[in-house]
Design a protein around this ligand. Structure first.
Ligand SMILES: *[C@@H]1O[C@H](CO)[C@@H](O)[C@H](O)[C@H]1NC(C)=O
Ligand SMILES: *[C@@H]1O[C@H](CO)[C@@H](O)[C@H](O)[C@H]1NC(C)=O
Ligand SMILES: *[C@@H]1O[C@H](CO)[C@@H](O)[C@H](O)[C@H]1NC(C)=O
Ligand SMILES: *[C@@H]1O[C@H](CO)[C@@H](O)[C@H](O)[C@H]1NC(C)=O
Ligand SMILES: *[C@@H]1O[C@H](CO)[C@@H](O)[C@H](O)[C@H]1NC(C)=O
Ligand SMILES: *[C@@H]1O[C@H](CO)[C@@H](O)[C@H](O)[C@H]1NC(C)=O
Ligand SMILES: *[C@@H]1O[C@H](CO)[C@@H](O)[C@H](O)[C@H]1NC(C)=O
Length: 502
């Protein structure tokens, strides 16, 4: 059954209660930094409590091993990395650096070369001109023209700075394989046969299988990250006209866990956020940005940044654009077909999203889009039309109850012409809008990839940290299942329904 979309009824008493809440909220945010600093410390406190109690037995076992001089520590000195160590495989450069060296050929349609700089964050946005400093918070140096496919490069760079890296495989809870699988397949997606597309993945599978680290759990404790969608690695047949590689069908990779910007239905895949344009270097920058997007004036009720899909059966984008253009100024449409450049321009995109209350996120070539994360970053409430676009993807990141932070309009309602976006969205009461926006703004730190290498109080519990924590949790569970002799099918080779709204 579908859950109802957020209440649209306007009840005077409820609204006035919300007004009070809003005023209260305003007071709290005036206390600003100090307050948030405290919240951060409290959070850290809970995290350290949780990890210390959870891993106590592991700690004791390790401290008891006196024969290991390099690792021996004084019992009072707590190892904050216990249970969180990651081993990064030192794979030959043909599996990563060599692939992106030839940056002109990674995607057939355009060159990726400009985006490769700054460890994959892309070119820095100059914040000196007036328009830019109005749209972005100026003088941070933390905005970049980041390309949506660069996740694997950014993630690897962040992993190099991960505080709990180890070369001791007996200590490691997880094994990270820094393979650029997405760029490997994308450079061969157009005009290459399946042999070429699968070649490097097969080579890497063999390399991994022959490592001593593999034997520990047959690769069940291995994971990798890709900046393309999961569907690119699950080719159905060995037919050159079929899409993608068969990487995830190789027995070795089928034993691994894949993080990607969009998961397929398989249970060993998990979706992590697309990279956005903001890569802050301190908690303070994030809080400053959150405060800005909470209070910014939004002149459009809704907006759509995208292009139509005229050749795609059942696409609702045409209808969305039609309704947007007919909205008499209540909707802003940034046409990515016509003005190509603008849709890659962080200033233009962020300007539209921070001027809009709702941001439409219909699916395109696949279920998800990078735009979802740009709109959240701008404090714009996402409007989803398909459960596979967000709810069944970013479960590590979004609140469980989707009505708290988003609006859901079934595609069918757009297709059969019964939904007027303008009427529907303008009936959502102000209290609900404020509540949803507050929730959206709270998601911001979780979906950004902060600048690699932050430590201490400036460290942000960002998309990377959350991904690493969840992967370690998952692999600990898998290990338990193996020890108990349980079948791992439910965690690797089963499928779930991405089209179901739960
Ligand atoms: C102690 O270390 C030795 C050598 O590193 C290892 O073989 C042994 O299994 C360890 N014992 C425990 C209890 O971890
Ligand atoms: C930017 O703003 C300042 C002060 O408002 C103004 O003096 C300057 O001419 C502006 N520069 C541009 C390039 O518009
Ligand atoms: C692991 O070994 C590699 C290669 O010898 C070295 O570059 C790296 O710094 C080591 N990492 C850790 C965490 O010790
Ligand atoms: C696939 O393409 C490569 C290079 O383009 C070629 O050498 C190879 O023979 C082809 N394989 C098949 C099975 O067609
Ligand atoms: C995958 O894991 C299973 C055990 O869970 C093991 O039997 C199998 O050999 C592994 N496959 C590879 C290629 O290591
Ligand atoms: C996209 O732009 C091209 C060139 O400007 C134009 O020919 C085409 O009709 C546009 N497509 C759509 C669906 O608007
Ligand atoms: C159109 O779709 C909506 C949403 O699924 C549904 O509630 C409504 O009954 C449909 N109307 C018609 C005329 O098909």
């Amino acid at each position: 059954m579908m859950k109802p979309v957020p209440r649209v009824s306007v009840v005077i008493t409820v609204t006035s209660v919300f007004c009070l809440l809003v005023m209260f909220q305003f007071h709290i945010s005036n206390l600003s930094e100090k307050n948030l600093q405290i919240i951060h410390q409290v959070n850290n406190f809970f995290i350290s409590i949780a990890s210390s109690s959870h891993y106590q037995t592991i700690n004791l076992a390790r401290f008891a091993n006196e024969s290991d001089g390099s690792r021996a520590k004084h019992p009072q000195e707590e190892d904050t990395c216990a249970g969180r160590y990651i081993y990064m495989h030192n794979i030959p450069s043909i599996f990563n650096d060599d692939i992106i060296k030839d940056c002109k050929t990674l995607i057939k349609w355009f060159t990726m070369c400009p985006f490769m700089v700054n460890s994959g964050l892309g070119p820095q946005v100059s914040e000196s001109d007036n328009e830019t400093s109005r749209v972005l918070t100026s003088k941070t140096g933390s905005w970049y023209a980041t390309n949506q496919f660069l996740l694997a490069v950014i993630f690897r760079e962040k992993m190099k700075h991960y505080e709990c890296l180890t070369n001791d495989s007996s200590l490691a809870s997880a094994f990270y394989v820094p393979y650029y699988a997405g760029f490997d397949v994308s450079r061969h997606l157009w005009g290459y046969n399946t042999t070429v597309r699968d070649e490097l993945g097969i080579k890497l599978a063999k390399w991994l299988r022959e490592r001593p680290e593999w034997r520990k759990m047959n690769g069940r404790d291995h994971f990798f990250v890709t900046g393309r969608i999961g569907g690119d690695f699950r080719r159905l047949a060995d037919d050159d006209s079929d899409w993608g590689s068969k990487l995830m069908l190789l027995p070795e990779f089928a034993n691994m866990t894949m993080l990607s910007i969009e998961n397929t239905a398989w249970t060993n895949e998990f979706a992590v956020p697309y990279p956005t344009y903001f890569h802050p270097k301190s908690l303070y920058e994030v809080m400053r940005w959150q405060m800005k997007v909470k209070s910014v004036k939004r002149k459009y009720l809704f907006s759509f940044v995208g292009a139509p899909r005229p050749n795609m059966d059942g696409s609702i984008r045409g209808e969305i654009i039609k309704q947007c253009l007919a909205s008499r100024g209540r909707c802003k449409f940034l046409d990515c077909n016509k003005s190509g450049q603008d849709c890659d321009n962080p200033v233009k995109v962020m300007e539209v999203f921070q001027s809009s209350v709702f941001c439409l996120q219909p699916r395109g070539d696949s279920y998800t889009r990078r735009s979802i994360f740009d709109s959240i970053l701008a404090g714009c409430i996402p409007v989803f039309f398909h459960p596979g676009s967000g709810y069944n993807q970013y479960k590590w990141y979004f609140p469980k109850d989707y009505t708290k932070y988003s609006v859901y309009i079934p595609e069918k309602g757009m297709r059969n012409g019964t939904v007027s976006l303008r009427n529907f969205l303008s009936r959502i009461d102000w209290g609900s809008i404020i509540r949803m926006r507050k929730e959206v703004v709270e998601i911001i730190p979780k979906i950004i990839y902060s600048k690699p290498g932050l430590v201490g109080p400036e460290k942000i519990e960002d998309a990377f940290e959350i991904a690493v924590d969840r992967v370690i949790e998952r692999l600990a569970m898998v290990k338990r299942m193996m020890e108990e002799g349980k079948d791992l099918q439910s965690e690797y080779s089963q499928t779930r329904d991405l089209t179901k709204l739960e």
